[in-house]
Write a protein that binds this ligand. Structure first.
Ligand code: SF4
Length: 121
């Protein structure tokens, strides 16, 4: 997973400063069940819960950084940076299979691919 983002250690040193962006997240104080599906959740309930989480992310001031973090470390569960776990997995798989066409940019600038910028939620 990290091989796709070889500079991750540079962006995420092991200091508290590296994590302070989380203090600005709009999800702070929101029930974590909005962002992480309960066991066995499927279908319409899952879609609606994820949609609610993504709406919260959409106006979050640290969305880009959150998304970058989740992609870089391969967060396996939950909505991070306006992307569900399935969307992150698909994005990373597409990045791996078409890496030569993919450009990875610095923190806060988001992701640009040959097919355009990764859309917000
Ligand atoms: S982008 Fe979403 S998950 Fe990330 S900090 Fe903001 S509200 Fe929380």
């Amino acid at each position: 997973m990290l091989a796709a983002f070889p500079d991750v250690a540079r962006y995420y040193p092991s200091t508290s400063e590296a994590w302070e962006w989380q203090l600005d997240g709009h999800c702070r104080g929101v029930d974590s069940e909005v962002f992480f599906h309960p066991d066995g959740e499927r279908g319409r309930a899952r879609i609606e819960r994820a949609h609610l989480a993504k709406r919260i992310c959409h106006s979050c001031p640290v969305l880009d950084r959150c998304r970058e973090y989740a992609l870089a470390v391969g967060e396996p569960f939950g909505v991070w940076g306006g992307m569900t776990e399935e969307e992150r997995r698909t994005f990373l798989e597409n990045s791996r299979t078409s890496r030569s066409r993919t450009e990875y940019r610095t923190p806060h600038s988001g992701y640009r691919t040959s097919w355009g910028r990764v859309p917000l939620a």
